[in-house]
Write a new protein. Structure first.
Length: 316
């Protein structure tokens, strides 16, 4: 490989899994960029990102600028004399001046089959839309949002019960070896890069927590996909008896009734009427508790979860 001096930029667990893949394959970055430590947990203690934690374990220098727009931040990167900048879910905008610093430019690992699902939440939006397949794309970075030429792709099937957590892990498993293969044949990959068809592009908007509140007037299939897409974050929810209940697992089913009303309740789950069809809820979480199967909840909350009780959500 011609790119001997790699700088890695990433922040969450998805990025850390790719950094781990690089290290296992013997591609040790000369430095790692990640976002500044953020408050986390009940105590709001400043916590390093998964990428920072992994880099420190391996003794790799870590840089955490709040932005790469200032000239001093760009000069700091230039001093590293990188051949290549590898970006995986970094979360900061890279100005053109930054893209121009590495000898071979910057490449990005994106969790979709571009040009479908450009943007911040490709994993969740693919499930929410009912896609049967997604994947990972390695692309050259340019000023546009996920618009650069593609170097390689790996496809991943989305099965009917897959949630965003499982798909995240599958995409990371596919993406890490794909990245290694690109790095080890970089000149050839760059020469064979394919332009994206902009006419096929879709946008994966950042998840807004307000989207997680259930609207029972919607189609049950739509709601079931959103519940899977928002698991493990931000998790769909609705109110029952003034309590905010998180909905972790559900499947669409045939049912008719007033939207939000519990039609049946037993150890297999709750059937709740929707605007069209019903949701069979199988795993819930009450405030202050852990996610539990409905069978376990029925032991102590059978009266609250009885047929006739009604969930409220954005529909009221």
């Amino acid at each position: 490989m011609s790119a001997e001096r790699i700088v890695f930029a990433g922040t969450p667990e998805f990025a850390a899994l790719h950094l781990a893949g690089l290290l296992e394959a013997g591609h040790r970055p000369v430095a790692v960029y990640t976002q500044p430590d953020r408050p986390a947990g009940r105590g709001k203690k400043l916590t390093p990102s998964p990428v920072k934690a992994l880099a420190l374990q391996h003794g790799i220098p870590v840089l955490q600028p709040a932005s790469l727009k200032p000239a001093e931040a760009q000069a700091e990167l230039a001093e590293l004399a990188p051949d290549l900048l590898v970006v995986v879910a970094y979360g900061l905008i890279l100005p053109q001046a930054v893209l121009d610093i590495p000898r071979f430019g910057c490449i990005n690992v994106h969790a979709s089959l571009l040009p479908r699902w450009r943007g911040a939440a490709p994993i969740q939006r693919a499930i929410e839309a009912g896609d049967s397949q997604t994947g990972t794309t390695i692309m050259q970075m340019e000023a546009g949002l996920d618009t650069g030429p593609m170097l390689a792709t790996a496809r991943v099937d989305i099965h009917a019960q897959m949630d965003a957590g499982e798909l995240h892990d599958r995409l990371a498993e596919a993406g890490a070896p794909l990245l290694i293969s690109v790095l080890e044949g970089l000149p050839e990959a760059l020469a064979a890069a394919q332009a994206q068809d902009d006419s096929l592009a879709t946008y994966a908007a950042k998840i807004d927590k307000a989207e997680a509140e259930v609207d029972w007037q919607q189609d049950a299939g739509v709601l079931a996909r959103r519940i899977r897409a928002f698991n493990p974050f931000p998790v769909c929810w609705a109110r029952l008896d003034a309590q905010r209940i998180k909905l972790w697992e559900a499947e669409p089913c045939d049912a008719e009734g007033e939207p939000g009303t519990i039609l049946t309740a037993d150890n297999t789950g709750l059937t709740v009427a929707c605007g069209r069809g019903g949701l069979h809820l199988t795993r819930l979480q009450f405030p202050g508790g852990k996610p539990l199967d409905v069978a376990a909840l029925m032991l102590s909350r059978s009266e609250l979860l009885a047929p006739g009780a009604r969930f409220s959500g954005r529909d009221g």
